[in-house]
Design a protein around this ligand. Structure first.
Ligand code: PEP
Ligand code: MN
Length: 284
């Protein structure tokens, strides 16, 4: 292909993802209560986050685990946006929930377990909301790009890819963080890529290091789990940072983010665009 590809920049409220600004999304794994969400929203905003994350509909590995507050959780997220100005990202798990979740959220999250649910992807695409597409835990880079293509083909250009760790033979961590996958995606795709260090490792002590690696690999942002009292969290407490830990991580990332801006100027996009089958086949 000889035409020059341009990077996709996804507009969200008064900022953009995939442009010059490094965008941090942060918040609890699950929305649990008004107090939990509001306290977290204020603190992550103060530390520099632009987007509040929080699951209202939760895909859980166990059917007996907390499944989320549903509609009540969505309403709490909207109240937090009104109070803080943060944009909202939250997961939509089923095709039938898309209109409801799209009414409340600024960005629809497609979870790892749903990445290959094409009818969900199509419905989410048609909602017109930007979509945060998480890599399936056993999905290749080519699988991830094929799912992104389904969304683009259904008329929605605003896709943000997310590396959240994949299953490998390693069991010391919850997943294996594919930092090289981030670098590769930034080379072969025009879409923004963000890193999820929380689900990638599963241990809060490792989250700041993985966040740093995500920045160095060229990601456009982060999504990080933060909870006022991680030991009491109803989901993913082991990998959630408390407020002090999040503040420290954000402060420590500043020089790395400054370096990333210099590196990004020097790295042109590969001439192959996502719409071209060639790079996806090449990595599949
Ligand atoms: C989450 O973001 O809380 C989540 C369930 O993520 P994933 O789909 O990557 O497991
Ligand atoms: Mn989680």
């Amino acid at each position: 292909m000889s035409t020059r590809c341009h990077r996709t920049v996804v507009p969200v409220l008064d900022f953009a993802i995939g442009g010059d600004e490094f965008v941090t999304m942060a918040g609890p794994c699950s929305v649990e209560s008004e107090h939990q969400l509001m306290a977290t929203a204020h603190r992550v905003r103060r530390a520099g986050a632009r987007v509040l994350r929080g699951g209202a509909f939760k895909p859980r590995s166990s059917p007996y685990a907390f499944q989320g507050l549903g509609l009540e959780g969505l309403k709490l997220l909207v109240a937090a946006r009104e109070e803080t100005g943060l944009a909202i990202v939250t997961e939509v798990m089923s095709e039938s929930d898309v209109p409801l979740v799209a009414e409340f959220a600024d960005i629809l999250q497609i979870g790892s377990r749903s990445m290959e649910n094409y009818s969900l992807l199509e419905a989410a695409a048609r909602s017109g909301r930007p979509i945060l597409l998480k890599r399936g835990m056993v999905a290749t880079i080519a699988d991830l790009l094929r799912s992104a293509q389904v969304i683009l083909d259904h008329g929605n250009p605003n896709v943000i890819l997310c590396e959240r760790g994949i299953r490998t033979f390693e069991t010391a961590m919850r997943n294996t963080f594919d930092a090289a996958g981030i670098a590769l995606l930034k080379q072969i795709s025009h879409l923004p890529v963000i890193a999820d260090p929380s689900h990638a490792c599963g241990h809060r002590d490792l989250v700041p290091a993985l966040a740093r690696i995500g920045v160095a690999a060229g990601s456009d942002g982060l999504i990080v789990e933060v909870h006022p009292n991680p030991d009491k969290a109803m989901s993913d407490g082991d990998q959630s940072l408390d407020f002090v830990e999040f503040d420290a991580m954000m402060a420590a990332l500043e020089p790395w983010i400054a370096l990333r801006a210099i590196a990004a100027r020097e790295e042109p996009l590969n001439e192959h665009g996502l719409a071209e089958p060639c790079p996806m086949e090449a990595v599949g």
